[in-house]
Design a protein around this ligand. Structure first.
Ligand SMILES: Cc1cc2nc3c(=O)[nH]c(=O)nc-3n(C[C@H](O)[C@H](O)[C@H](O)COP(=O)(O)OP(=O)(O)OC[C@H]3O[C@@H](n4cnc5c(N)ncnc54)[C@H](O)[C@@H]3O)c2cc1C
Length: 433
């Protein structure tokens, strides 16, 4: 059947779901506009490595326009969308411009869920984009610099305490990477203090780490982290966070200038402004076909979508990739006048790395840990990275880190981090700001 004569599909979001949708539509030669507030696709699973000086920001980002070189029917527009007029089939951007669409795929991803905990939003570092990762890395490096000259023991201890809130994959991986930093970088770079003075605390409200993993692997991840010197506190709720400490329910207080929030996910804010129905955590409610109810030409995919009957699907890259592909496939079916297909997730397994040669993997019924899981983790992440240059650079970096026990460039960069009359120390104490 012939395609609709002049469709103009808009894909909103250049993450895993948007990228996959755009590729599918581009290969089907359907005129498509790809819109994102940033001009690159970011490989979020490796953000924590940027934050801990293992990789550079550009190693995990790939320009959207480079992706489109082989897809001439797809164009890109850099724009932050702030609303929509579903009746008129158009999006609205920060500049007041309208972007019309014949069909729309919303793939705007997630943002941190703070559960209303005081300070969770303003007094923590989070990891949702390259800016976040860069800010955290600068902060960690600056904190270490400050600790070298701090003579007050209690203040030095607070400077060198890092609290990660949330025992999912991001929290576990970040805690493990900080432990590696402590083990391999601190003794060489910061001789003014003992590496053991650096304290890493991982706080999780639930009874165990890595809830989606089988119990054996959850226990293994915990053991590995503890062997790395990470204090793991499960069943512990955070009640308040300030720039100088983390308060736990029950009254305990951990003095720190570094709280990293990895505790929850909700839909990116724009989802609430599009005029479509939303459900738990502000996510867009969609039918099993990924269509927005009552909007036969609008689909949602990835972290932003809450699929009817599949509400328990995890917000992970594989789900986003498969939903992006599926949403694009269903758009093509709408254009051809064919019936739509329901989304069905094919679970390819779960992986999390704890550090050098330590990871846990649950893949196709197999549960394994340690070095084999770590190798699988390395290979899968390399394969999933976009762009040959990025793959090569990341491979070289990892090989360098592995054989030299060193980390990447540890320069504090960015205008807000230049030394001013206020002094570095005062800035460090200010936390994320
Ligand atoms: C730190 C971290 C580590 C993770 N680790 C893993 C892991 O190890 N394994 C795994 O499977 N998953 C992991 N995930 C989850 C995985 O990255 C997400 O499930 C996946 O990125 C979701 O893809 P998406 O396309 O829905 O959204 P995203 O990849 O978040 O992309 C959303 C896009 O929408 C754009 N956007 C948002 N709002 C607007 C707007 N108003 N206007 C224009 N553009 C907008 C954003 O700029 C972004 O490019 C991790 C996530 C994070 C944050």
């Amino acid at each position: 059947m012939a395609l609709d004569p002049a469709p103009r599909v808009v894909v909103l979001g250049a993450g895993f779901a948007g990228l996959r949708a755009v590729r599918r539509l581009g290969h089907a030669r359907v005129a498509t506009l790809w819109v994102d507030a940033r001009n690159y696709h970011c490989f979020l699973p490796l953000l924590y490595q940027v934050a801990t000086a293992g990789l550079e920001p550009q190693d995990i980002a790939y320009p959207a326009r480079s992706i489109l070189r082989r897809l001439p029917v797809v164009d890109f527009q850099l724009a932050r969308v702030v609303g929509a007029d579903p009746g008129a089939q158009r999006l609205r951007t920060t500049t007041g411009e309208h972007i019309p669409y014949s069909h729309l795929i919303v793939a705007t991803g997630g943002a941190a869920e703070d559960f209303g905990i005081p300070g969770a939003r303003d007094a923590t570092f989070r990891l949702y984009d390259l800016e976040d990762a860069r800010a955290l890395r600068n902060h960690v490096l600056r904190i270490c610099e400050c600790a070298t000259t701090e003579v007050r023991a209690t203040e030095r201890a607070a400077l060198l305490t890092f609290v990660i809130v949330g025992g999912g994959a991001t929290g576990v991986e970040t805690a493990g990477a900080l432990a590696e930093f402590r083990r391999h970088v601190v003794p060489r770079d910061y001789r003014a203090f003992e590496a053991s003075a650096m304290r890493i605390v991982l706080v999780e409200a639930g009874p165990e780490l890595l809830p989606p993993f089988p119990p054996v692997l959850r226990a293994r991840a915990r053991r590995d982290l503890e062997a790395f010197g990470v204090e793991v506190r499960t069943g512990t709720r955070v009640s308040r966070i300030t720039p100088v400490g983390v308060e736990l329910a029950g009254g305990a207080h951990i003095p720190t200038h570094t709280a990293i929030w990895a505790a929850g996910i909700r839909a990116a804010p724009v989802a609430a402004d599009l005029g479509f129905p939303t459900g738990r955590s502000g996510r867009l409610l969609v039918e099993p076909t990924l269509q927005i109810p009552g909007q036969p030409r609008v689909f949602a995919a990835g972290d932003v979508a809450l699929v009817a009957g599949q509400e328990r699907l995890p917000q992970v890259a594989q789900v986003a990739i498969q939903q992006g592909e599926h949403a694009a496939e269903n758009v093509l079916r709408v254009l051809r006048g064919e019936g739509l297909l329901d989304f069905q997730y094919r679970d390819k397994g779960a992986l999390a790395t704890i550090g050098r040669s330590r990871a846990v993997a649950a893949i196709r019924g197999l549960e394994f840990a340690g070095r084999p899981a770590w190798w699988v983790w390395l290979v899968i992440h390399l394969v999933m990275l976009i762009g040959f240059r990025n793959r090569l650079v990341v491979l070289v970096n990892w090989a360098w880190n592995y054989f030299t026990y060193d980390r990447g460039l540890r320069a504090i960069v960015g205008a807000e981090h230049e030394t001013s009359e206020d002094g570095e120390q005062a800035r460090a104490a200010g936390g994320p700001g």
